[in-house]
Design a protein around this ligand. Sequence first.
Ligand code: PHE
Ligand code: CO
Length: 300
Amino acid sequence: MSTPNPAQPRRLENLHTDKGKVPVYATGVVDQDWAGYTAEDHATWATLFERQRKLLVGRASAEFLRAQDAMGMTPDRIPRYTDLNAVLEPATGWRLIGVEGLLPELDFFEHLANRRFPVTWWIRRPDQIDYIEEPDLFHDLFGHVPLLMNPVFADYMAAYGRGGVKAHAIGADALQNLTRLYWYTVEFGLIREAGELRIYGSGIVSSSGESVHSLESPAPNRIGFDLERIMRTRYRIDTYQKTYFVIDSFEQLMAATEPDFTPIYARLAEQDSIPAGTVLDTDHAYQRGTGEGWSTEGDV
Ligand code: PHE
Ligand code: CO
């Protein structure tokens, strides 16, 4: 069942976790009240869309840009989820559902496992154009949804959801290992295309600053994908990443995550976590960051 959305998202609570204060919203699926968007909302979408597309040509994965075009997202107005679903469902079986915002982990995993992608229905205010600390419609729709058109990535996201349900049952440490994988692939991943680094992570493609920083700044490390290494690596939620991990292809990501993680979680429980900015001797480092501008505290 779905209910019409109220004028404001319904925040249920702020959880105090090891990640700091995390907002958790009502868990129900809501209709996207498209007629309720204001001219200002549509203008915010247009501004963000046009700015990002300009930055991303030549920076984002060609696959991301192609997928975004194929979905028919345009700058002129906020897309209707029903219109996008008419294209997405026949392509990969995924469907967008409206939500108030961040969901509790298990609800989120169950949606993914069933090929439902939760999209926050509200868009940020004009004064939040450059930075917002929680996902809104622009991050979810512009950042996450296009790659669901890619069959391999679409399968990866559903497999991740099933893995999340499993990790949730195993315990908090397993969940933390799996969350780091999501962070360093789905949210902040880089990919090598024709010998050059390109962006595919949603957290990067929806941020103008990080779209440039992730590829062009000398500050961060850029390290070849390594599953267990990533699952040990802490991260930043309030600054640009200190380290980006680079995949060679979505097939590589899919193949690396195919095995049962249960023995991996057991093995990782015996090992220390790695600070966000550390480079190990065993890393394949495309770039060792200068660390310029890094704050010394605050990895989660
Ligand atoms: N193979 C993982 C497991 O057994 C599930 C998974 C798939 C996790 C894809 C992440 C990505 O738990
Ligand atoms: Co996201």
